[in-house]
Design a protein around this ligand. Sequence first.
Ligand code: NDP
Ligand code: HSE
Length: 436
Amino acid sequence: MKPVKVGVLGLGTVGGGTVNVLKRNAAEIARRAGRDIIITRASAKDLDKARICDTTGILVTSNPLDIINDPDIDIVLELIGGAGIVKDYVLQAIANGKHVVTANKSLIALHGNEIFAKASEQGVIVAFEAAVAGGIPIIKAIREGLSGNQIEWLAGIINGTGNFILTEMRDKGRDFADVLAEAQALGYAEADPTFDVEGIDAGHKLTILASIAFGIPLQFEKVYTEGITKITRTDVEYAEELGYRIKHLGIARQTPEGIELRVHPTLIPERRLIANVNGVMNAVLVKGDAVGATLYYGAGAGADPTASAVVADVIDVVRALTSDPENRVPHLAFQADSLADIPVLSADSFKTAYYLRLHAEDKSGVLADVTRILADHDISIEAITQKEPPKGETIVPIIMLTQVTQEHRMNAAIAKIEALATVSGKVNRIRLETLG
Ligand code: NDP
Ligand code: HSE
């Protein structure tokens, strides 16, 4: 059979890794796909830059449109990133009847609804396994492996850079900026690393996961995002004393009122496997009504792990080339005309437990005032500890764990606690999930 011709847009970490894997494993890949897959063209911005891959035999251009408009190219790999001009490239490739494989979560989270509609009109596939959790085949697992289930919730460490930073800070006491610079040098971070540390990248990924889990349109603008920049060493240590780890989680939960979509630092019991996922590794827990809880683990970023997901998509596309477009696996797992209009809840409605740290005067009645405020808001306390005040000081740290409550109750209670004359500064609140 005729070889399938692939054009790669972007020869950076993921593009370079993909060229390497497609070349290195060409024979094995051909045995799986049923025909040869060859990269004939590639693009990069700077043609003089040193590459992690060997581009011998590949015609390299600085203009992605040379590839997108080349009638000989069957599949375009979009490995540039960003949601600006790249959206036009992808739409042009689709209009030209080409299948597209992308690792670009921001593009899919922000413009996926439009892109998939255009792809369906043209009868082409847009595959995006590498967009979520690097090398973990989580899209395929949810979209196909768990398709008999009603997904109840999922929770994941879905940003490798953020988990790498948290792990290095906790285990080696390293400085935030220093670890972030290392993550950038290793090719883990986004072009704009605030996407990693402020939870935006995880929000993009959660948008995609929620869509294929619950059969809802992609709605990034409704995801609540909080990053890792406010996690302090003090909270990490107090959490550990109480038997918890702090991880940056993306959580999507179906409730009778609607869907919670949230990304934030979270206390998790240290006995949970996911609490022990460290470095650049990612993990996603998915709870289905039939299968129960399932856990997926692997490298969340980096050249070869991400290339693994890109190449798997390329092979899937090749296998589907001769199939009837009507009978392919739908882009977002559910048939496009069956996506549900389930409301996405605002943060006020989230239901979760909390870790609270506050600083109060070391005198009688203070604790009673705080606990009374929580009781007045129907919030039950699970555990409470008062720490020794630092030498010569009279302000003591108080740490509390609460039972599950609604976010708006906690907001109101915190406002009242902060208004107490005996409490100084802000109450530090971190959400807590048992993931049971
Ligand atoms: P890099 O910055 O390493 O690579 C981007 C590539 O695109 C480079 O080759 C660059 O050219 C080229 N490029 C940049 N801007 C343009 C442009 N305007 N026109 C044409 N080419 C351009 O990024 P990554 O490989 O890290 O990321 C690529 C995509 O993969 C992103 O969507 C990212 O979110 C996603 N991703 C990344 C992962 C990772 O571990 N890095 C993991 C999973 C997904 P030049 O090299 O000449 O500068
Ligand atoms: N910047 C992303 C991360 C790349 O660190 O997880 C993988 O999507």
